[in-house]
Design a protein around this ligand. Structure first.
Ligand code: AMP
Ligand code: TRP
Length: 336
């Protein structure tokens, strides 16, 4: 049984980098797995102040972006982390066996806490323990994560071994990370050396999945390029980061290699290429954005989908939680 668990923080606007770097992979993976659990990790968002704003809206937005991108709701279950309380229950049990020394080594905590480590909240420190519980409560076999989360998955695997040894039973199998890596690293439209990001002050630096056709066209028209013609190999774009980024975007959307795209446009100038890129963006991004708008207008439907996802996830989590409580040695409540 291949069960994949992926977690996404509800952090606000969804841009083309999120779509090509994460969402699209998740949609593709659902056909290779038996079960796909997609969790909007709203409790993790509570650990960082900037993400607390508009949690309700951002949770729905994250869910809408996956559904609109082609999640098959018969194979995939999308839900909010806070709707399945077993995550936090298991997290507490794990936090009672995980040495603080292990958590002290986490580079993300060090980065996020910065100089004010003593003032950082306990939740930020315990973040990877909750993440381990997210995956293990479902006995998920596969965890797709970006490079920056590799260390957290290692810790999750260490906790798996520790728990099984501590309680003398192989309750959990080791989850396998799927490192999604920087395969499609989409850069800013204004600066080819900076990642496309929602935190960039200029909206012209990114394509938002909910941009309309005119905005998409304007952003591509204004995207930074150069006056040279396009070469016939991607390698020749090494020192032209903005040009390379637009070629990469085209290639990712058209499911072609950057080399192939260069051959298609070799000798032509950006004026021509940008028109074609705009058409491609309109064909791919616009329908997803429109579906997101529609879903977000009907919050009732969206909340129903999230509710169905949470019901499915809760049933599975509760079966495992019963076993875990027993293994740990807690008194069973009457009637269970
Ligand atoms: P974030 O909102 O930065 O936490 O990113 C959410 C997901 O989108 C992660 O899996 C990232 O790897 C992916 N992502 C974010 N920005 C980009 C980008 N510019 N290019 C490719 N993937 C990205
Ligand atoms: N920590 C992940 C991130 O910042 C999100 C996350 C939370 C997650 N729980 C998870 C990812 C479980 C994979 C599995 O992106």
């Amino acid at each position: 049984m291949k069960r994949v668990f992926s977690g996404y923080r509800p952090t606000g606007d969804i841009h083309l980098g999120n779509y090509l770097g994460a969402i699209r992979n998740c949609v593709a993976m659902q056909h290779q797995m038996d079960e796909n659990l997609i969790c909007v990790v709203d409790l993790h968002a509570l650990t960082t102040l900037e993400d607390i704003k508009n949690l309700v809206g951002n949770t729905r937005l994250m869910a809408a972006s996956f559904i609109a991108s082609g999640i098959d709701l018969t194979r995939s279950h999308i839900f909010a982390q806070s709707h399945v309380p077993a995550h936090t229950e298991l997290s507490w049990i794990f936090s009672c066996i995980t040495p603080m020394g292990w958590l002290n080594r986490m580079t993300q905590f060090k980065e996020k806490a910065g100089k004010h480590r003593e003032n950082a909240c306990l939740g930020l420190f315990a973040y990877p323990v909750l993440m381990a519980a997210d995956v293990l409560i479902y006995k998920a076999t596969h965890v797709p994560v970006g490079e920056d989360q590799k260390q957290h998955v290692e810790l999750m695997r260490d906790i798996t071994g520790l728990f099984n040894r501590e309680f003398n039973k192989d309750v959990f199998a080791l989850p396998e990370p799927i490192i999604t890596g920087p395969a499609t690293r989409i850069m800013s439209l204004r600066d080819g050396t900076a990642k496309m990001s929602k935190s960039d002050a200029s909206d012209y630096s990114r394509i938002n999945m909910m941009d309309d056709a005119d905005t998409l066209a304007l952003k591509i028209r204004k995207a930074k390029t150069d006056a040279e013609a396009l070469p016939d190999t991607a390698k020749s774009l090494e020192f032209r980061p903005e040009a390379a980024n637009l070629i990469n975007i085209y290639a990712a959307l058209a499911n072609q290699t950057p080399d192939h795209v260069c051959k298609m446009f070799a000798g032509q100038y950006f004026s021509t290429f940008k028109k074609d890129l705009t058409d491609l963006l309109i064909a791919h991004v616009l329908p997803i954005g429109q579906e997101m708008h529609r879903l977000l207008q009907d919050k009732g439907e969206l909340d129903q989908i999230l509710n169905r996802g949470a019901n499915h996830a809760s049933a599975l989590a509760e079966t495992h939680m019963k076993e875990i409580r027993e293994v740990v040695g807690l008194l069973k409540p009457l009637g269970s």
